[in-house]
Design a protein around this ligand. Structure first.
Ligand SMILES: C[S@@+](CC[C@H](N)C(=O)[O-])C[C@H]1O[C@@H](n2cnc3c(N)ncnc32)[C@H](O)[C@@H]1O
Length: 305
């Protein structure tokens, strides 16, 4: 085993497909791989170089984890939960655990070590993971003002990546109704143009920095913009064409889009999205059968550092 991936149960099959012949078994939601870690789209968290540790007591388990790295460690749920929680607590050495829920744009913490108990005296542990929240699955102190739950996708992406539009930047929000994404962007102080044939919730439509254009997202001509967002429900290939058109225009260099799948996941079109230089895609905790694809200018990527 050279790497392991935490995958939501519903999409474990997609992750197994991504792994192909590197697949080496699984413990609950943790899927093991024979190959070095990669950024897999369906993984919520990537565990690099995990090891199998045997231990004789809770204290011994915590000591062995601390020998790998001096915290913080997070237990991934599987079996022997009580025993695992006590080990996790001991690795903290009396420090308080971080709050279970994040607030929007809470500062990023250092990446966690993560472990899972496969038997009462055996664990899989990785001191180097991709996540700074357990399992890469953030939950938030939610807002009652957002007009739809879709806002949580942007909250998650902005908070986890540590990047977001700043005051005065121009954003196009394609497929904006009822306005969850527009509400997030406008609250950041961005100038938002929302595109949909349907309405925005009145309290979003009347925000001073929001303009609604009742238009077809696919008939828009590219214009100069800082960011293009899309949560339009459409065939992935239509979205891919739209992204190419806007990128080729050179008028916008920052894209955050939801690719939505109906039925089976279309891996071919996903690969075509990822062939766009410098782009990434990841299934967010708040995504349904869809993934978030993004491509950012160098200047924007610098913001995350
Ligand atoms: C999942 S909803 C978007 C939710 C929204 N992001 C939010 O946060 O509230 C998808 C939206 O895409 C819109 N839509 C579908 N086809 C469209 C098109 N061709 N042009 C513009 N909007 C479209 C639908 O009307 C629907 O409001």
């Amino acid at each position: 085993m050279k790497s392991a991936y935490w995958a939501p149960e519903k999409f474990a099959n997609d992750l197994r497909q991504e792994l192909g012949s590197a697949y080496a078994g699984e413990y609950g939601s943790l899927i093991l791989s024979l190959e070095p870690a990669k950024d897999l789209v369906w993984a919520h968290s990537v565990w690099r170089n995990p090891v199998r540790l045997e231990f004789t007591s809770i204290g011994d388990g915590a000591k062995k984890l601390r020998a790998l790295r001096n915290g913080p460690w997070a237990l991934a749920p599987f079996e022997n939960h009580r025993r695992g929680s006590l080990i996790e607590e001991q690795t903290r050495g009396g420090r308080k655990p971080p709050p279970a829920k994040l607030s929007f744009l809470s500062p990023r913490r250092s990446a966690l070590g993560q472990f899972l108990l496969v038997e009462p005296g055996v664990m899989i542990a990785a001191s180097d993971t991709s996540s700074w929240v357990p399992q890469g699955e953030p939950t938030f102190d939610e807002s009652s003002e957002a007009p739809s739950r879709a806002y949580l996708k942007l909250w998650e992406w902005f908070t986890i990546e540590g990047i977001h539009p700043r005051e005065g930047e121009t954003c196009l929000d394609l497929g904006a109704s009822p306005g969850g994404w527009t509400w997030v962007l406008a609250n950041l102080g961005a100038q938002v143009t929302s595109i949909d044939k349907a309405d925005l919730a009145p309290h979003v439509a009347t925000m001073p920095n929001v303009t609604l254009r009742r238009a077809d997202a696919f008939k828009m001509k590219p214009e100069k913009l800082d960011w293009l967002f899309s949560d339009v429900i459409c065939e992935p290939r239509r979205l891919l064409q739209l992204v190419h058109e806007w990128r080729d225009s050179g008028l916008c260099r920052n894209f955050v889009c939801t690719i939505k799948f109906k039925g089976e996941t279309d891996f071919k079109v996903l690969r075509e999205f990822l062939e766009i230089p410098g782009s990434h895609a990841r299934h967010l905790f708040h995504n349904k059968h869809e993934v978030t694809w993004w491509s950012l200018s160098e200047e924007m990527r610098e913001r995350a550092k």
